[in-house]
Write a protein that binds this ligand. Structure first.
Ligand SMILES: NC(=O)c1ccc[n+]([C@@H]2O[C@H](COP(=O)([O-])OP(=O)(O)OC[C@H]3O[C@@H](n4cnc5c(N)ncnc54)[C@H](OP(=O)(O)O)[C@@H]3O)[C@@H](O)[C@H]2O)c1
Length: 288
């Protein structure tokens, strides 16, 4: 379907029931977009937004992803202008003790699921100029978190996948009007219910475990940092701008959002500090 200039933008947005995704759904709806927003439990999705369509999607259930996406795409008339891979959750605890099912779940939810959605979405995104994918990864993709090793690794996987696609799409062999833009959006700490929704190491509160205290201290530092961080609207504004302003999306390949210390200091530390010093800085910042 060829869009007309008055057609609202059609957006596929994962994780629209809470936090950054919910704020993004609200911002996009207010900007006149039509949004196909997902959650595992559709009763958690907003029902007061103009142009919002509820979609049940569990990224941890790979067999269903293609069907769910195709159904939403058909409902959207065969065209999405942008896909925002935002949904995510974490497992908090020692990387050496993450149960195999939780490890797999981190990679399905944060990397493999979004990659499958990208593969499914790209043909329709190519059907008009300016097709866009925003992958909400994390600053943890560059500055990995202690007790979030699997989370950080899965985010890094999606971030690097995004970089690969950015190079492929801008190769001279790809005609300009069929290029899909990819933006790696890396929030620093954002004040959402993310930590409350996480799964935790089973020994977190075990008084006999020698490192449980350190894990709890790191979690408390993360809770404090998130409580003082910008709200999800800060990220939603950036996503909304990328989606509605093609010139902005064309300029961006990587964007960090958060408070000044993390969003500016973090990437500088990543770029300029020797690895050992960078890890020491992150560890101290995480209360260890
Ligand atoms: N908050 C931060 O400080 C921060 C920092 C960096 C990056 N991020 C990233 O930003 C994104 C949004 O996080 P948030 O802070 O807004 O978290 P949130 O408030 O906990 O919201 C997470 C969203 O993801 C959905 N979700 C979780 N697991 C899912 C799964 N297996 N399949 C489908 N949907 C799933 C949830 O929907 P249901 O539970 O209703 O299904 C919910 O809508 C995540 O990718 C997160 O990693 C957050």
């Amino acid at each position: 379907m060829q869009p007309t200039t008055t057609d609202p933008k059609r957006i596929f947005l994962t994780g629209a029931s809470a936090g950054i995704g919910l704020a993004t759904a609200r911002a996009l709806s207010a900007a006149g977009c039509e949004v196909w927003g997902t959650a595992r439990d559709v009763s958690r999705l907003p029902n007061d937004l103009r142009g919002f369509h509820s979609v049940a999607l569990d990224l941890n259930d790979p067999a269903t992803l293609e069907t769910v996406f195709d159904h939403a795409l058909a409902e959207a008339g065969g065209r999405f202008d942008a896909v925002v891979n935002n949904a995510g959750g974490g497992w908090f605890g020692p990387g050496a003790e993450i149960p195999p099912d939780e490890l797999l779940s981190q990679f399905h939810t944060l990397a493999l699921g979004p990659m499958a959605i990208i593969q499914r979405a790209v043909p329709s995104l190519r059907s008009r100029p300016g097709g866009l994918v925003v992958n909400v990864t994390s600053l943890a993709a560059r500055l990995p978190l202690p007790f979030g090793a699997a989370y950080s690794a899965a985010k890094a996987a999606l971030s690097v996948f995004t970089a690969g696609l950015q190079m492929e799409e801008t190769a001279p062999t790809r005609p300009g009007e069929h290029r899909v833009r990819f933006v790696d959006l890396q929030p620093a700490d954002i004040d959402t219910g993310f930590n409350r929704a996480m799964s935790y190491w089973r020994k977190l509160n075990d008084p006999a475990d020698p490192i449980a205290g350190a894990v709890r201290a790191s979690l408390a530092a993360s809770d404090r940092s998130m409580a003082g961080a910008p709200g999800p609207e800060a990220v939603a504004r950036v996503i909304c701008r990328l989606v509605t302003d093609e010139a902005t999306a064309a300029r961006r390949v990587l964007r960090t959002v958060g408070n000044l210390w993390q969003a500016v200091g973090g990437p500088l530390a990543y770029r300029f500090l020797p690895r050992r010093l960078m890890l020491w800085t992150v560890r101290k910042n995480c209360g260890l």
